[in-house]
Design a protein around this ligand. Structure first.
Ligand code: ADP
Ligand code: MG
Length: 385
């Protein structure tokens, strides 16, 4: 698959630009196993890089021009230049590579012009971070061709800067950390306070399990406002409790916290505080006993997001309930909420049954048919050819 993917990107480059690419770089999408809305509370997350990835075939140009083409876009070739890059000069998906170039330049790194073909099998907008896959693939390519030699932590910060200051998305460090640091058979345990990262064994296949992703294809219109109001509630909770961030509150502190704030703020706080603990418990369970031991934490995480943080939706609940009823050992919504995807940990032998049950449940409820696929923990960003 990997060699095949590299060849496909190289061939598309040849067809588009009539020359051989200098090389092909890749970066995967990610799924968050557990740890939702904990990132901006300086807490813990546990994503893994998946076996769906973006590949970029890249060839430097001497004239400072940038030409970009996606194999899946009807947009044609986008033309930019390395000098004077700003948000207004980039449209569509070109904001992602342009943002990375801009973030490198901001660090004083001289970036040459280039032709680039993007070939990605990370589905768009399914909550698998197709956008970060692009950014991390481009950043890994630029890091090598410019000789910048940024380490993983610096690449994480550069891509975050591209997202925040250039693309204009107020995202944290989880997605690019997973894409850049991921390893086959492992999840990435990340402390969002200091970016400390550890690989944790997550060999689902070895335990006879698959991770099934259910993309509900729902993008709720109140996702933006809901996200902002959840963030505000967390900030209020931290302020009332006199801590820098909710990361500094423990499960034992919760009883006392209840009396200090309104009921809604308390439930928001309780989600974050218990979710941080569930990430720690999941890491410990994976290390001690393996993937099957984390199922209960996935279920509890979903219940907390549904009842306390109130960011689930009928389609996500349906995906979780139907998969659990049909044999999944644990399931939860993943991502920011109000739509997007759920994940289910499913015994390999039951995969077909669970898929059918979810599809049927969605049809029965009159929901749009979901997209279903399995993902496995895969290696992070690297050069392929
Ligand atoms: P997510 O990152 O969760 O998939 P986003 O909305 O952050 O969703 O990013 C999706 C955007 O990434 C798309 O709108 C598009 O601009 C870009 N994108 C992702 N994959 C591709 C691709 N293969 N070709 C062109 N653009 C892509
Ligand atoms: Mg994205």
């Amino acid at each position: 698959m990997t060699a095949e993917g590299a060849e496909r990107a190289a061939r598309a480059f040849r067809d588009a630009f009539g020359a051989e690419a200098d090389g092909v770089w890749t970066a995967p999408g990610r799924v968050n196993l557990i740890g939702e809305h904990t990132d901006y509370n300086e807490g813990f997350v546990l994503p893994f890089a998946i076996d769906l990835a973006a590949r970029v075939a890249f060839r430097a140009r001497p004239d400072g021009a940038i030409r970009l083409l996606s194999t899946s876009g009807g947009d044609g070739v986008a033309e930019l230049a390395v000098s004077g890059l700003d948000r207004g000069s980039a449209a569509g998906w070109s904001v992602y590579p342009a943002g990375v170039v801009w973030a490198f330049q901001e660090r004083g790194i001289e970036v040459p012009g280039f032709d680039l073909v993007l070939d990605s099998d990370v589905p768009l907008g399914a909550g698998l971070s197709s956008s970060h896959a692009i950014e991390c693939a481009v950043a890994t390519a630029l890091n090598e061709v410019t000789g910048a030699g940024l380490d993983a932590e610096q690449l994480v910060l550069a891509t975050q800067r591209a997202e925040n200051a250039f693309v204009g998305a107020p995202t944290g460090i989880m997605d690019q950390s997973a894409s850049l640091r991921g390893r086959s058979g492992h999840a990435v345990f990340l402390d969002c306070r200091d970016q400390h990262a550890e690989l944790v064994p997550f060999d689902a296949a070895g335990a006879g399990l698959v991770t099934l992703v259910v993309d509900t294809r729902v993008a709720h219109s109140h996702a933006d406002g809901g996200y902002a109001s959840r963030r505000a509630a967390c900030e209020l909770g931290a302020e009332v409790l006199g801590v820098k961030a909710l990361r500094d509150v423990s499960v034992e502190d919760l009883e006392e916290a209840r009396a200090l704030m309104d009921a809604v703020t308390f439930r928001r706080v309780r989600h974050v505080v218990t979710e941080d603990q569930r990430v720690l418990d999941t890491v410990a369970a994976l290390r001690a006993s393996g993937p099957a031991a984390i199922a209960g934490f996935l279920d509890a995480s979903h219940a907390s997001m549904r009842d306390d943080f109130e960011i689930s939706c009928p389609e996500l609940d349906c995906a979780v309930e139907a998969s659990r009823a049909a044999g999944a050992i644990g399931a939860r919504m993943t991502g920011g909420g109000f739509g997007g995807s759920a994940i289910a940990l499913v015994p390999s032998d039951d995969e077909a049954r669970v898929r059918d049950a979810i599809t049927e449940a969605f049809a029965e409820r009159g929901f749009r048919a979901p997209r279903l696929f399995t993902v496995a923990p895969a290696d992070g960003a690297r050069r392929l050819a």
